[in-house]
Design a binder for this molecule. Structure first.
Ligand SMILES: NC(=O)c1ccc[n+]([C@@H]2O[C@H](COP(=O)([O-])OP(=O)(O)OC[C@H]3O[C@@H](n4cnc5c(N)ncnc54)[C@H](O)[C@@H]3O)[C@@H](O)[C@H]2O)c1
Length: 324
């Protein structure tokens, strides 16, 4: 295409492209290895906070191995759902690495959902028992769905214990997961039933600066892995200190987030995803270990997905060309 045009992909276009979770995971694994070997660029994300717990973050990244450069501008407004608006919204600009020109502007909601599930699954590949078959899902929303999809891609998943205080959300989730993934889904009445007895536990409820800290020491089984998608909102410090390995996706971003007041009391960080992907730090070493990751969501994740969407959209003729 000529260099004075860019491809606009709406939310519906991004979905229509039909990118598979397996392709997203594969591209993100290439990115995490490159990151671990120091071949990526990702400055700490600046943000603005227009009232209450609202945020908008600028997330730029460059991945030479994937010929990917660009930025995601993403908002999270927690009160939006009560107004019939989405919690997360935003756009991603994908640039040409040769000349810096914008190649595409795309809606980032689908990307944010899928790449977050994929990052947890990649963490789980290093930290969970390979035979993990029972997943506990706390929070049956967008992330709940993408996490089941991504974990199912890498593990012989059979059963999902689903907890959500909204009965409607829980029922809808159970119906969709049964239909889409041929899995047994048990809607449970208490958070503990989605933690104890599970091989993989994912918490994806609301993110709170003052955690509700429902999950207590003694709930997470020996040999289990947990992914904290909603930061430390769900976990009591004593429950986090029970784990043998506490990991994250990027050490620098994790330290920045802590300076913002999150994760005041956590175990020492064992490794980030770059270190796990390159083998610089070991993942799970015994079947008995309890392991945990708190992935905060990286611009690198988004920029590992954007070139796949751009390429496939061009091949399929999806989207609208706009003049620069
Ligand atoms: N770490 C990352 O990279 C990353 C990326 C995107 C989103 N997130 C976080 O993931 C979380 C979920 O996002 P989403 O897009 O799925 O939101 P969503 O609104 O689609 O779903 C949230 C669900 O949580 C349920 N819920 C409310 N209180 C709960 C509780 N105490 N226990 C369990 N469930 C509860 C709601 O009923 C809803 O069904 C948010 O905290 C969001 O900030 C993290």
């Amino acid at each position: 295409m000529s260099s004075n045009r860019l491809l606009y992909l709406s939310q519906a276009d991004v979905v229509k492209v039909g990118l598979k979770m397996a392709q997203i995971i594969e591209s993100m694994e290439i990115m995490f290895r490159a990151k671990g070997e120091g071949r990526t660029e990702m400055p700490p994300k600046p943000g603005i906070h227009p009232g209450g717990e609202n945020f908008a973050h600028a997330m730029p990244a460059y991945i030479p191995d994937l010929k990917s450069a660009g930025i995601k501008w993403v908002s999270g407004f927690p009160d939006n759902p009560s107004k019939g608006l989405p919690y997360i919204s935003g756009l991603l600009i994908f640039n040409d690495v040769q000349n810096g020109l914008p190649l595409a502007v795309m809606d980032c909601v689908w990307i944010t959902a899928k790449r977050t599930g994929a990052a947890s699954a990649i963490s789980a590949r290093h930290l969970a028992r390979p035979e993990s078959a029972v997943m506990g899902m706390l929070g049956c929303g967008v992330q709940g769905r993408s996490h089941v999809e991504a974990i199912k891609e890498l593990f012989p998943l059979k059963k999902v214990m689903a907890y959500d205080p909204s009965e409607g959300a829980q029922k809808q989730f159970a119906r969709e997961i049964r239909n889409n993934f041929d899995l047994e889904v048990l809607p449970v009445q208490s958070p503990r039933e989605a933690v104890s007895g599970c091989d993989i536990v994912v918490t994806a409820g609301p993110m709170m600066k003052k955690p509700h800290a429902t999950i207590q020491a003694g709930w997470l089984d020996e040999g289990a892995f947990a992914s904290l998608v909603d930061y430390d909102s769900y976990w009591q410090p004593a429950a986090m200190h029970e784990v043998d390995k506490f990991c994250t996706d990027d050490r620098t971003q994790f330290q920045n987030t802590r300076q913002g007041g999150y994760f005041p009391d956590i175990p020492e960080i064992h490794a980030d995803l770059g270190e796990l992907a390159t083998g610089k730090k070991p993942g799970r070493e015994t079947p008995e270990e309890r392991t945990m990751t708190a992935n905060l969501g990286l611009a690198l994740n988004d920029m590992a997905v954007a070139p796949l969407l751009y390429q496939k959209a061009k091949e399929k003729g999806t989207g609208t060309w706009l003049n620069l």
